[in-house]
Every structure is written in structure tokens, then in C-alpha cells.
Write a new protein. Structure first.
Length: 336
């Protein structure tokens, strides 16, 4: 079974169990779920491998479901090509009713009796909840941090955000945000509506990576005002964009803006790529700092402990700012 742009899935119904199991024994196929196989994955990164595995599972699941359904929540976010934490062993589907037999452990089912054609779009030949509904579902069921990552990606795509056309991008983004909040309100009361509204309120399509979103989330939860993502700095005749910026609001600030740069992992390619990237980043940072802007670098390791990372981030701000902070409970991580 093949869907456009999706991994090819071979099913027992099409090719027979003996042939497919023989290919599996020779290492030419991997089993996805009962009756469905795929070629071994060749993706480079763990995220790419997990994504390919989940997408293949989507194709296999769609081939077997007979009741009305659509892929939803985190699975829909991945199908819409938004950033999301991938859990390859389980797909999310929404259905109007639970089937009589639903013992499969690789399907997480959500019942929505009012599921209509207007709630579903086709992505790569598969039924998927609309972008708006997907963003709201994720904002409600995911942790605030993960929901914000998805919502950032949704706004970036739906508002066609461009850093070089900030004004028009911001106008589109606010229009999309208003539509999402209105749809959330129209759904009526329910679990985690307050959380979802906070996530949609503070989502920002200018955030360019999950690492940047996680860094921004720390400040938002602590009570800092919403920062500017991809803040433009002119230096040495060039235009630079800081990942996350809080412009100064008082004379006691240590710089005219406090900014944070997220450093993702750099791959070695044997041609000095890492050294070149480090050198370029040093030139970039020096140029930005020459304009009176403070630059602080954030790594994945630092974000591993949110409490310590928050303390470190807040230490860069003056006492006058820290003294007035009111934490945003709606964005805080729920207790374990």
C-alpha cells in the first residue's frame, strides 16, 4: 500500500504472509504491525527515524480501519509537518464511535461524535484533522511546553511567517491566532481549556526551533513578558536575527536588550564544518554585542533541568524585573 509522499507499506493481503515473512527473516523488511511491513529505515537522525516509523504505521493503520476516522493530535501534527515529539509506537485517531473490537495497543482512540467532513482534510492520501483542530487538540492534551512547540509550528505554517516581512507576517499571525482562539471558545467548556488558551495566546510562529520554544517557555512560565522571536539587529552593515530577545524596559538593565541563542547539535562532516560554524557564530555574536546587546547561549544540556535553567535565565535580568514576576500557572508543567 502506498500513499503519496509516505513510506511504502507492504501488506499480507497484497503479497501473502509467506513471502513477506521470508523477506523479514532475510533482513529486507521490518514488521510495522500485524500484517504490515516496510523496508528498513535509512533516516539519519533519531527524530527522522522515529518520524518515518510513525508515518509508516499511519499508512498501515489506515489500511485496516473500517469505521470513520481521522488521524489526530500528535499524529496529525506530524502529518501536517509541524515540530512534535514523536512516539513511534502509537498513532492517534479520532472516531465517531469506538469499534466493538479495539484491542490494538498501537492506536490511541479519541471519540468525537460530531466528527464531520469539515473537521477532516486529506494529507498524503490520509484523513487528518484540520490544522486548526489539530493545533487546538494538541494545546489541550499535551503538556504546555510540548503544546507550545506544536502551536509555534502551526502558526509558522498557517500564517506563512517570514522574518524579512515581519509586519505582514505579524498581521497574518494575529488573524490566525484569533481564529484558533475563537474555535476553542466555540467548542465550549472542557478539560484543559485554560491551558490551551494560554498556549495559543503565547504561541509565536517566529520561533524557529523546538529548542528556542523551550527556552522561551521558561521565561513565560516564570512571568517574564512575551519576548520577541527573531529580533532584528543591524550591525556592520548586516542584518542579524536574535533567537529570543527581551528589549530593555528600564535604566538598570545591563544592556539595551537581553537575548538568548539556542545552540542545536552540529554534525561533523569531516570537512571542518563544526569549526566553521563555531567561527561564524563567534563573528555573529561579536557583531550583535557591539550594538550593546547581551547575548547568552542555551544548549540542550542546560534545558535538561527546567528548574536550574529557569534560575540561570532569570539571573540575566535586573532585580527590578525579577521582583515583579507573577508566574503563569496555566503554562506550568502539570505535576507528575
Amino acid at each position: 500500500m502506498t500513499s503519496p509522499g509516505m513510506p511504502k507499506v507492504l501488506t499480507v493481503r497484497e503479497f501473502g504472509s509467506d513471502a513477506l515473512r521470508g523477506l523479514q527473516r532475510r533482513g529486507e523488511l521490518d514488521r510495522i504491525r500485524r500484517g504490515a511491513y516496510r523496508r528498513p529505515l535509512v533516516a539519519d537522525s533519531p527524530w527522522d527515524r522515529a518520524s518515518e516509523e510513525l508515518l509508516a504505521r499511519c499508512v498501515a493503520v489506515a489500511d485496516r480501519l473500517t469505521t470513520r476516522f481521522a488521524f489526530s493530535h500528535e499524529t496529525a501534527a506530524l502529518l501536517h509537518r509541524w515540530p512534535v515529539t514523536v512516539r513511534p509506537g502509537v498513532v492517534d485517531v479520532v472516531q465517531t464511535v469506538l469499534p466493538t473490537r479495539c484491542g490494538r495497543t498501537d492506536i490511541r482512540r479519541h471519540v468525537r461524535s460530531g466528527l464531520t467532513d469539515a473537521d477532516i482534510v486529506e494529507v498524503a492520501g490520509l484523513p487528518v484533522t484540520t490544522p486548526a483542530r489539530t493545533a487546538i487538540d494538541c494545546a489541550r492534551v499535551l503538556s504546555p511546553q510540548e503544546g507550545l512547540i506544536v502551536a509555534d509550528g502551526a502558526l509558522r505554517q498557517l500564517a506563512a511567517v517570514e522574518v524579512f516581512a515581519r509586519s505582514t507576517s505579524e498581521s497574518r499571525q494575529e488573524a490566525v491566532r484569533a481564529e484558533l482562539v475563537a474555535l476553542l471558545s466555540a467548542l465550549g467548556p472542557g478539560r484543559h481549556v485554560v491551558r490551551a488558551r494560554a498556549v495559543l495566546t503565547f504561541a509565536d510562529g517566529f520561533s524557529a526551533s523546538p529548542g528556542e520554544t523551550r527556552t522561551r517557555w521558561l521565561g513565560l512560565v516564570a512571568g517574564l513578558p512575551a519576548p520577541i522571536c527573531q529580533w532584528e539587529v543591524a550591525a556592520d552593515g548586516r542584518r542579524y536575527f536574535s533567537d529570543i530577545a527581551w528589549p530593555a524596559t528600564g535604566p538598570d538593565w545591563p544592556a539595551r536588550a537581553i537575548t538568548f541563542e539556542y545552540d542545536g547539535a552540529v554534525k561533523y562532516d569531516g570537512n571542518g564544518a563544526v569549526a566553521a560554524v563555531v567561527a561564524d557564530e563567534k563573528v555573529r555574536q561579536d557583531a550583535i554585542e557591539s550594538t550593546g546587546v547581551a547575548v547568552h547561549r542555551v544548549t540542550r544540556g542546560r534545558l535538561a533541568d527546567p528548574e536550574l535553567a529557569t534560575s540561570w535565565l532569570l539571573s540575566k535580568f535586573p532585580d527590578s524585573v525579577r521582583a515583579r514576576l507573577t508566574p503563569r500557572r496555566a503554562l506550568a508543567m502539570p505535576p507528575d
